[in-house]
Ligand binder design. Structure first.
Ligand SMILES: [Zn+2]
Length: 193
């Protein structure tokens, strides 16, 4: 079955782009719609944010890995058009500073998993990525990366209870990212960002 990944992303000229891609059209349509609703909802409460990165190629992931910007060598959810990094706008420039818990609230209310809690706010996470949202649970990522699963247009990760539960209880499979702010018990895989 053709998905947005196989039908659109795989044929896009930016498929192997090393440059950052911020184009919302490379987000899977439901993900794009939700991300755009988050940007306007934030605006309405007086917080200016911008779509910083949507699609990410394997080449770019490797570059980021080589420069120590990510612990993940192989592509993550961004590669499938299902994740987006959203940052603040301060004086016209992207900013990662300040509290992003508003993004968590907005993401959850529209059905996206936030990298600040990975869909399980009741547990302590070893890896935090507070500007990241995605439309799949951490537990689904393995099947996504293997080409075995892709969300349909109505998929809501918060209804994916079996997989949310697995994400919340699975032990970390990789060391804690060095940039992680929190320490302590590791609870989710860091195959993200
Ligand atoms: Zn991200």
């Amino acid at each position: 079955m053709e998905t947005f990944y196989t039908g659109v992303i795989a044929h896009d000229p930016r498929f192997a782009s090393v440059a950052r891609v911020a184009d919302p059209s490379l987000l899977e349509p439901t993900t794009r719609q939700l991300v755009e609703s988050i940007v306007s909802a934030a605006h309405q409460i007086g917080i200016e944010i911008m779509i910083y990165e949507t699609y990410r190629s394997q080449n770019r992931q490797q570059e980021l890995f080589n420069h120590g910007a990510t612990k993940l060598r192989t592509v993550g959810v961004h590669h499938y058009g299902l994740a987006c990094d959203i940052v603040r706008v301060v004086s016209g420039e992207p900013s990662w500073k300040g509290d992003f818990s508003f993004l968590g609230h907005l993401a959850q209310s529209c059905g996206l998993i936030w990298g600040g809690d990975w869909g399980a706010s009741n547990i302590k996470h070893s890896f935090i990525d507070s500007v990241h949202v995605q439309r799949c649970t951490v537990a689904r990522q393995g099947d996504l990366f293997a080409g075995k699963w892709y969300p349909d247009e109505t998929y809501n990760p918060y209804d994916d209870t079996q997989h949310l539960f697995a994400a919340a209880t699975a032990p970390a499979v990789k060391p804690v990212a060095k940039a992680a702010a929190s320490s302590g018990e590791s609870s989710t895989s860091n195959k993200v960002s």
